[in-house]
Design a protein around this ligand. Sequence first.
Ligand code: C2O
Ligand code: CU
Ligand code: CU
Length: 576
Amino acid sequence: MRKYLILIGLFFCVIINAQNPLFIPPSLTGTTFNLNIQNGVTQFYPSINTPTYGINGPLLGPTLIVNKGDIVTMNVTNSLTGNGNATTMHWHGMHVPAMDDGGPHQLILQNTTWSPSFEIKNDAATFWYHPHGAGKTDLHVSKGLAGMIIVKDAAEAALTLPRTYGIDDFPIIVQTKSFDVLNQIAISTQYDTVVMVNGTIAPFLNAPAQVVRLRLLNGSSGRTFMFGFSNNMNFQLIANDGGLLDTALTLNRILLSNGERAEILVDLSALLNSSVLLMNYGTEIPLGIMGADSVGNATYQILDYYNNPLNGSDYKVMNIVVGAQTSNPVTTIPTSLVPFTPWSLASATINRNFVLDTLTEGFTMPQPAEGPFGINRKFFAMDSINEVVYLNDIETWTIINSTLVAHPFHVHDVQFYLVDINGAPVPNYEHGKKDVVLVMPGDTVRFITKFEDFADDSVPYMYHCHILHHEDDGMMGSFLVLDTNGTSVREYISNALVSVYPNPSDDIWNVNGKSDTKIVNAVLYNAFGEVVVELPIEQHLNSFSIKINNQNLSKGFYILKIDGTENIVTVKLIKN
Ligand code: C2O
Ligand code: CU
Ligand code: CU
């Protein structure tokens, strides 16, 4: 079977062997970005029309170039046609308020515009934007919705680095896609046999014979790459997900999982009038990672995995054709870049464990290589909150992979630093700020982060596996960042202080308050504003208490409204 498919693959190679100039997405600068999500048609193959989605164009989106400190407005219009085609737009890696983050809770209905406005707080680095709608992320990203974001700042500007977009600084969005027999983009298959960069199949890039910067982004739905060059030359890693490293790191290969970015410098000065290939060295991808020769074990295998000729093989990603230098070429590579200081382990006040595991849903038999996967024995649910963290807390998160496949774990809101992998030190290339970490089967990975700036007591952020069909199938959770310390939510009523403990809770909320006026009544409402129950109040001289048994309530938000004689207070309660 595998040989048969390789033959088909070769047939396609012949058709597309003609190399295509690499598409460089147009760039947009400024502080107001109008992003129109639209239908389009793309000819991946000569004279074959494939329906696609794009932002301001038929496929992919413009590169947004922004400056740290700017306040930007994103006017995101959903012009998609088709039934029920609501979407979302998430700013992957960026530190923005939860309501502006573009997770599943910020649905953009068709023919409407969502306009979040936020300050660029991230350091100079490469980020990206893509839809994050409940259950539709893979479809919308695979159809073409993704774009790059480049953040600039003063520390980066002070270094001698290539930074002229499209001239010596290139967006390299690497994706594989599946096409069905009618050349329609298909999802959730193991047949993502077509490799493309910036939407171009078999691309070539004209680059000058000097130091160039490649901003590698793995925008694939599920495949990890092991990048290197066909002449085996070294390159310098200068930045990973969230910012520049302190020193340029000389590498020969770099493993990049879904959603991860790596900025690399490549010295092409010796290659004038020749060319070199950016390669994927699939034979070197550790087993267990999607893209490796095998995933799972003798008993548990992914159906069809071995029929995809890309798995475990070395192949060309892009041809780099080297021409004349530009007028002001960068010819040396700075060794020291921008220092970073990870938080100390001693400053972390809490550790949370996230176990990646297989879960049964309905009649689906879970399979430790194929899923469905959950996190901490739960699937994602729109109306529930999995974790509550407190503003300005430093935490360690420990990701434990008890499945047979590697999962790229991503968290919104923050950048983190890896602490250790199975208790051992982290490889150099994974130092620095990150927002995705690939967790190998059986591994335990710990990172440290701080939840700064943005608290919201009703809109959560997400954490999830960045293999898009795992995410769509529920391998995702949500967390709130609350701006009170300790374990209760406090709000004032009259001269009283109301506290709820525990909150979130899955058995009881103990509400205690001090009040020198009488409490008239207390009513619990659901998220739709419907009355759930009127609650008995224990009234004391200067205080009151209310006990709410929530065992029979479904997961989600509730609002407790307490009527004092002088004013009313509402407290948000979370059932998990
Ligand atoms: Cu790139 Cu939550 O996503
Ligand atoms: Cu994200
Ligand atoms: Cu996964």
